[in-house]
Design a protein around this ligand. Structure first.
Ligand SMILES: NC(=O)c1ccc[n+]([C@@H]2O[C@H](COP(=O)([O-])OP(=O)(O)OC[C@H]3O[C@@H](n4cnc5c(N)ncnc54)[C@H](OP(=O)(O)O)[C@@H]3O)[C@@H](O)[C@H]2O)c1
Length: 327
């Protein structure tokens, strides 16, 4: 008899209640794949794009969404991981071209899996993989960030923005973060942000009041509407990394570099994969959280049956911090 599980299925793009819980067979892993008993999974804007039909052609339906999952290994025919081992999985087509994390079980390629060991609760652990990977990758690959440097985070109250602030403070950077919502200043200060800037569209002048030559580095999470102003906030030979597009706008029409880029300011981009998060970085971060010297910026935790509400909340920006589903 085939074992069954509960999974959230999206038959086609639609409103939040297009996400429905169904009984499905537990997927069977082939050699090179890992069956994970999912305990928690972070929610991502990528899944919002999938649900809204804005994702690329690699997304096919019906689909169990979820570009990340956290749990324990239930089966691993190739022997890459031990049954019972704690793991996180992310990216690599998960929840896009094959079924992902919004389920009690998921099968993923072993290449997308990272082991860890932690006594933290599952909801906290479930918030970590994609958020930490993107924040770490943006700071390292994207910005080559160094201790003592100054960093502007545009879209600071997003989960990626908050996680980047946490990592940047651990690195010894000075962090300036933006929000459009002044009442969220406290959430930014709670993760160690040095200066909160209210984003009225012109952040560069506010940055230059504090750093007249501009900051060393900036992380763009809002998208192309704010990118020119973010570029103007950065010093000559400083770098802007384009990682996010909270505005849902990510292209620059008629890009003419000499008119678009301030002289000497560098523009990079980051889009990551599990391989950008070394297992020792993940473990070190989790150990610091357990020791109380780092925090996981979690916004709200939902049950599997509450994914429609979770997506409605993500779309309306109800919470700041990472939204997490638990099974
Ligand atoms: N490159 C990669 O590998 C990668 C990986 C993961 C995520 N991302 C991207 O990173 C971005 C952040 O993702 P997330 O999951 O951390 O987001 P999130 O937590 O859902 O961010 C929500 C916050 O973003 C701000 N926001 C929403 N719409 C905005 C708009 N139009 N303009 C300015 N701010 C807006 C709001 O803050 P305020 O009200 O406080 O302003 C809101 O509270 C997304 O664009 C996501 O697609 C990229």
């Amino acid at each position: 008899m085939t074992e069954t599980m509960r999974a959230v299925v999206l038959d086609a793009p639609g409103p939040p209640d297009a996400l429905v819980v169904r009984e499905r067979p537990v997927p069977v892993p082939a050699p090179g794949q890992v069956l994970i008993r999912v305990h928690a999974f972070g929610l991502n804007r990528s899944e919002l794009h999938t649900r809204l039909g804005l994702a690329g052609p690699d997304v096919t339906f019906p689909r169990v969404p979820g570009i990340e999952a956290t749990g324990v290994v239930a089966a691993c025919p190739g022997g890459e991981f031990l049954v019972g081992q704690q793991v996180m999985a992310m990216m690599g087509g998960m929840g896009r071209s094959y079924d992902g994390g919004y389920a009690e079980y998921t099968v993923v390629p072993a290449s997308q899996v990272l082991p860890f060991s932690s006594g933290l609760d599952w909801a906290t652990l479930g918030a970590v993989p994609e958020m930490l990977q993107t924040a770490h990758g943006s700071l390292t690959v994207g910005l080559d960030a160094r201790p003592g440097q100054s960093l502007l985070v545009r879209g600071g109250t997003s989960s990626i923005g908050l996680a980047t602030a946490v990592l940047a403070k651990r690195l010894g950077m000075t962090v300036l973060s933006t929000t459009r919502t002044p009442a969220r200043a406290e959430a930014l200060q709670a993760v160690g942000v040095d200066a909160v800037l209210v984003d009225d569209g012109a952040v560069a002048p506010q940055v230059r009041e504090r750093f007249p030559d501009g900051v060393d580095a900036a992380l763009e999470l809002v998208g192309t509407p704010t990118l020119p102003d973010t570029l103007r906030a950065v010093r000559v030979h400083g770098t802007v990394c384009f990682t996010g597009m909270l505005s849902n706008q990510w292209t620059v029409p008629d890009f003419y570099p000499n008119a678009y880029l301030p002289r000497g300011v560098r523009l990079a981009a980051y889009s990551g994969d599990a391989g950008d998060l070394p297992a020792d970085v993940l473990q070190g971060f989790l150990d610091d959280v357990a020791a109380g010297t780092a925090v996981v910026p979690t916004g709200h935790v939902y049950r599997l049956a509450e994914m429609a509400q979770a997506h409605a909340d993500m779309e309306s920006g109800r919470y700041s911090g990472k939204l997490v589903g638990t099974t």
